[in-house]
Write a protein that binds this ligand. Structure first.
Ligand SMILES: [Mn+2]
Length: 233
């Protein structure tokens, strides 16, 4: 059975308190809604292990209705578990050590949950839209290389609507080709675009805001909550 409402969140990076607040503001109902997380749950933020437990429990309860998409941070972590120094250096350069110690401080090791992270797909598609961590060049997600899906920053996309995170903007934006960008207003229902790209990462872990959206039929609404982290310049 398809859920009536789809809730999309992204780039939480251990910001568990803001995640809970945002889900409340989006009236998220774990017994009915579909939830899509666009990746980058680990590294940088204050409650990485606690966020993992929260998401892991939700996944247990929601099953297929909770889609956990892979971000570049989950990918860096998984690559580094293979033991190569090059991969570990890259992950630690991107705050991986904070994740390692967040798990160790709770008497766990992230590698215990390797298969849980490995199960994360690179994208999600349905009739109305698709979701990916970073960006698409080809509108068929399967025709993009992994680098584009989890690291890309192109904004000149005009294909079937895609929701993305990864690149933080001050406010949520709608791109329809490079020179065509619009601000997405919060708290009001609008028509879901059929094409283009909705960018939802508003840099919560850098002290700005955590943003998400809810989709119901052919309409959508954006909401956000302030970060509890002091702004970084
Ligand atoms: Mn990212």
């Amino acid at each position: 059975m398809q859920s009536e409402r789809v809730v999309i969140i992204t780039d939480i990076h251990g910001c568990l308190d803001e995640c809970r607040q945002l889900l409340d503001k989006l009236s998220f109902d774990k017994s009915k809604d579909t939830l899509i997380n666009l990746g980058d749950t680990i590294d940088r933020g204050p409650k990485i292990y606690e966020l993992f437990v929260f998401l892991h429990d939700l996944k247990e309860e929601m099953g297929e209705r909770f889609v956990m998409i892979r971000g570049n941070h989950e990918q860096m972590m998984l690559d580094s578990l293979d033991g190569s120094k090059r991969h570990k250096d890259l992950w630690y350069y991107n705050s991986g050590e904070k994740t390692v110690y967040s798990f160790i401080n709770h008497k766990h090791k992230i590698k215990e949950y390797r298969s849980w992270y490995e199960a994360m797909p690179y994208y999600y598609s349905e009739e109305r839209f698709q979701c990916v961590h970073a960006c698409l060049k080809n509108e068929d997600p399967a025709k993009n290389d992994v680098e584009t899906l989890i690291w890309g920053r192109d904004t000149d996309y005009t294909g079937k609507l895609v929701m993305t995170g990864h690149t933080p903007y001050k406010i949520p934006l709608y791109f329809h080709g490079k020179d065509n960008v619009g601000v997405l207003n919060e708290g009001i229902w609008g028509m879901l675009p059929e094409t283009g790209m909705i960018a939802l990462d508003t840099g919560c872990v850098y002290g700005n805001r955590l943003t998400g959206m809810v989709i119901k039929e052919d309409r959508f609404k954006i909401e956000s909550v302030p970060s509890t982290i002091p702004p970084q310049h």
